[in-house]
Write a protein that binds this ligand. Structure first.
Ligand code: G3P
Ligand code: CA
Length: 253
């Protein structure tokens, strides 16, 4: 958290390491999440999907092709197959041997150390994943957000409605880069189950931020990869900045 000064007033802005500190380490690996923590991010953002045999794993794309030395859909590979892949060397030799983490590992390693912004990635490919995620949080007593910084978000709004009913105390976010989702009517509907409206920064305006706030929601925006984008979002008065470079969003630097 850092304090941003707008109109003489200090306010808190959450610094969220997107897939970890992705600017400095291979996305969605322990190396990237550790780097995010080291850089004092308030949250790490993770993408959750599921192996063929039911293990929840942390990877962004629906296939392993771009970020590992393997090929194929995550949903068609067993956990053993997924775990044998190298998820680091595509980003640089020094990261050779990084593995695709499990959701369990992330919860156990980081809860209490930093917040976790959990994205359910393409939940339509993984029937029942909302219940699995809810179970993992409940097992660890992480469904009581007064103790833990946990948020669950998705581009799939139906999945977020289900998640909200399974985990009524955990803050829910909706993700979009579609302006059609910024109408008064759309925002009102989101506010019936979501606590965060999280748009790409291309559709952010002061008016949008004010509207989201007046409906009682917060707004975190993505994906910052430049100092200019970070400054733009600070000026827009957002509540959180989701960035590949956690060091870009600290206005004291
Ligand atoms: O947290 C927001 C952001 O992660 C959504 O886009 O494609 O990076 O998952 P994507
Ligand atoms: Ca994501």
């Amino acid at each position: 958290v850092f304090a941003a000064e707008t109109t003489g007033e200090l306010r808190k802005v959450d610094n969220v390491a997107h897939r970890g500190a992705t600017g400095y380490a291979p996305e969605n690996t322990i190396a990237a999440f550790d780097k995010g923590v080291e850089m004092k991010a308030d949250y790490i953002e993770i993408d959750v999907q599921r192996s063929k045999d039911g293990e929840l794993v942390i990877i962004h794309d629906n296939t392993v092709d771009r970020t590992t030395d393997g090929t194929g859909y995550v949903k068609d590979l067993t956990f053993e197959q997924i775990r044998s892949l190298d998820a680091g060397s595509w980003k640089g030799e020094q990261f050779t041997g990084e593995k695709i983490p499990t959701f369990d590992e992330i919860l156990d390693r980081y809860h209490g150390k930093t917040g976790i912004l959990i994205e359910l990635k393409s939940p339509e490919l993984y029937p029942g994943i909302e219940g699995q995620v809810a179970q993992k949080l409940k097992e660890r007593n992480l469904d009581k957000p007064q103790n833990e910084k946990i948020i669950i978000q998705s581009f799939n709004f139906e999945s977020m409605k289900i998640t909200n009913s399974l985990l009524p105390k955990v803050p829910i976010g909706v993700l979009t880069s579609n302006r059609a989702h910024t109408t008064e009517q759309a925002l009102k509907e989101f506010s019936t189950y979501a606590d965060y409206f999280n748009p790409s920064y291309g559709i952010v305006s002061k008016e949008l931020v004010d509207q989201v706030h007046s409906l009682g929601m917060k707004i975190q925006s993505w994906t910052v990869r430049s100092h200019e984008a970070a400054q733009f979002l600070l000026d827009m008065n957002v509540d959180g900045i989701i960035t590949d470079y956690p060091d870009y969003v600290d206005p004291r630097k």
